[in-house]
Write a protein that binds this ligand. Sequence first.
Ligand code: MG
Length: 243
Amino acid sequence: MLKHLYLASVVILLLQMTVQAQDPKQTEDWSHKPVKVEPGRRRHPPSDAIVLFRTSKDIRNWKNRNDGPAQWKTFCNQMIVNGTGDIHSKEVFGDCQLHIEFKTPRGEAGKSGQGKGNSGIYFQQRYEVQVLDSYKNETYFNGQAGAIYKQSAPLVNASLKPGKWQRYDIIFRAPKFTPDGSLSHPAYLTVFHNGVLIQDHFELKGSTTYAGYPRYEVHGDAPLKLQDHGNRVHYRNIWIRKL
Ligand code: MG
């Protein structure tokens, strides 16, 4: 009799444990309600984005390297590289999501390699995602469009012809440094080029360098920089979300 009672209680306990383990409420997360964001429609930014350039007057969100007004030409809600030097956002950023549209110029038939449609997007003024005419223009692969310059070639070449509007959607994770100045967390970049994944959470080795190997220098939040490399690259519809 006792043996039967014991067995019955074990069976009930097991049943209770099974029911408990299968309760779907156990795996529901109610701790942090996601903030409501209105997605942008028809090329509009999402509701929580910071607009860096949408209409020509937004050139005022940018400055030159000496903290003076940005001198790039504006035309029909575009900013055009014109040989007056790199421009920097007035606002500073750490982790962020960036949307940016660009077109490389037509009529550069005599140019090639790094000399054709070259510009660039520098996160925190240091980490360059390359802008280049890479439609039919070969160069070292970690220097073509969508490369993390001199560090990582794009996974594929999603470039369009010169004169066609293209877009990058980029997730940047800023590096972190300890109080004594050593690196505690490297920077990462994920890049979509015209909707195609071309950099997949790439771990950066340090600041972009033209010659020599990259290394980190201690810094905090910093502006976004757009490069003037002497080619008439056009930009439009630039927005950013802090992460
Ligand atoms: Mg460049």
